[in-house]
Design a protein around this ligand. Structure first.
Ligand code: CMC
Length: 429
């Protein structure tokens, strides 16, 4: 077995090298503190693996993303979102019987408890849909208590997973209806996942929803592209919270809150606001690029850059091509796509972006497609959360399946005051 050696202060520690199935290597430092009384420091976890996982493989240098070994482009083209959810959570694509059982669990769990409807009345009309989503998902811990037990059990997990995947879409659609002052629309049992969501969003007594297979497929594709992304900020949050044995609803709620931030899932909303700002204020592409490079300004080019991808985000590539294709088919014009393409072209030629390997990420083109579907801008991150949910659930399950479950608890290097003593008020400066 290969080993790494650490030599320090006359001491020599041998540490095993762990190798993944795709050849990535890690130094196993689990004995480091015990043997040397030292820890590692890695702010932002740029070099730290927090777990071993068999769910999603990313090769950031070569722009590769696979769920359970299957390339993302194959899934985006051929699979349904519920198949992908099953694949991520249970490890393989479902056979016919498994798919039927999974779909029927989703259908049985698609309505939300009628009492939960009163919660929506308590939110101000200006509430951000991500705040509503997090709150409502956590409140499921109150309404579906018989779905979880302190001991993690497969049967109850199956119900909780289906409950979350199905109800998150109902909650999201109801929060939209609430924000526009329309009555909510109950889910329909004969509709597939994406179609049911669009039906609940856009059907109304005066304007019935007219299904469009291309739009429904576009939404499924978007959800599939977001379905998992290994140990990102929100998924790591789900694992960390879940590692204390908090229930799945509470763990997912924490993940949703982490996803909201503009450096993570909230970037899709920021991209559209940035593109709209460029259009409205007549900002030139070069002015925008210059501000993004200016270290004195807090402005970043949203939808650009990624911690892992240093080539091209394969999800952005699929989305860009998809947008071009579907826009042509519908003869749909959106001035923002032209601005986005010009911005991408200029950034990709700029030394600052080349040197730092900054490319468009999934959020750069997703908003443009959501706009075409009719999703309001402040709901884009909610769409990300709906898509990401199966991945978060799969990661939570994988962690609980591992024995023993280890609570997540990083260490720190303390940089505060040395010992000092309490002073009465009149002796303080
Ligand atoms: N615009 C301008 N400069 C950037 C950008 C950007 N979008 N992204 C990175 N940089 C610069 C950054 O200033 C730094 O420069 P320097 O080395 O001179 O200090 C360098 O590139 C490295 O950036 P970093 O912030 O240290 O990289 P990171 O790996 O910590 O951050 C990131 C990754 C995604 C947070 C960052 O690229 C970013 O803020 N992008 C914009 C927000 C965004 O689009 N987020 C969505 C990510 S994809 C969806 C998801 O999975 O969350």
């Amino acid at each position: 077995m290969e080993k790494a050696q650490l030599t320090f202060n006359g001491m020599n520690l041998e540490m095993p090298i762990i190798e993944g199935t795709e050849g990535e290597k890690a130094i196993d430092i689990s004995k480091l503190r015990q043997e040397t009384n030292m820890i590692t420091l890695d702010v932002g976890y740029q070099n730290t693996g927090s777990c071993m996982s068999s769910i999603t493989f990313i090769d950031g240098d070569n722009g590769i993303l696979r769920y359970r070994g299957i390339p993302i482009d194959e899934l985006a083209e051929k699979a349904s979102f519920s198949e992908v959810a099953y694949l991520l959570i249970y490890g393989n694509l479902p056979n016919k019987e498994e798919q039927q059982l999974f779909s029927s669990r989703l259908t049985q769990n698609s309505m939300i408890h009628e009492e939960m409807l009163r919660f929506f009345d308590g939110f101000p009309p200006t509430a951000h849909p991500m705040a509503i989503l997090g709150t409502m998902v956590n409140s499921m811990s109150v309404y579906y208590t018989d779905y979880y037990t302190e001991d993690f059990q497969a049967g109850t997990f199956d119900l909780m997973a289906a409950s979350l995947i199905s109800r998150i879409r109902t909650i999201a659609a109801y929060s939209y209806k609430h924000s526009i002052g329309e009555p909510h629309v109950y889910p329909k049992r004969d509709l597939k996942y994406a179609s049911n969501f669009l039906y609940m969003m856009f059907d109304s007594p005066v304007n019935p929803y007219v299904p469009d297979p291309d739009i429904e497929r576009a939404l499924s594709t978007l959800l599939i592209l977001h379905a998992d992304h290994e140990q990102n900020c929100s998924t790591s949050t789900v694992r960390l919270v879940g590692s204390s044995m908090a229930n799945l609803y509470a763990s997912i709620c924490a993940g949703i809150c982490a996803l909201w931030g503009p450096l993570h899932g909230g970037a899709n909303q920021k991209v559209i606001e940035m593109l709209e700002g460029i259009k409205q204020d007549n900002i030139t592409i070069q002015q925008c690029i210059s501000s993004a490079k200016d270290k004195g300004s807090k402005f970043r080019l949203f939808g650009f850059g990624h911690r892992v991808y240093k080539n091209y985000d394969p999800r952005a590539k699929i989305l860009k091509e998809y947008c071009e294709k579907i826009f042509k088919k519908y003869n749909y014009q959106d001035p923002l796509i032209n601005i986005a393409m010009e911005l991408e072209e200029a950034a990709l030629k700029d030394e600052f972006f080349i040197e730092r390997k900054l490319y468009p990420n999934v959020d750069f083109y997703s908003g443009i497609l959501y706009r075409m579907i009719g999703i309001p801008t402040d709901m884009f991150t909610v769409m990300f959360a709906i898509g990401r949910l199966p991945g978060m659930i799969a990661q939570w399950k994988e962690m609980h399946d591992a024995v023993p479950l280890k609570i997540g608890r990083p260490r720190q290097i303390y940089t505060g005051s040395n010992l000092r003593h309490y002073l009465p008020m009149d002796e303080r400066k």
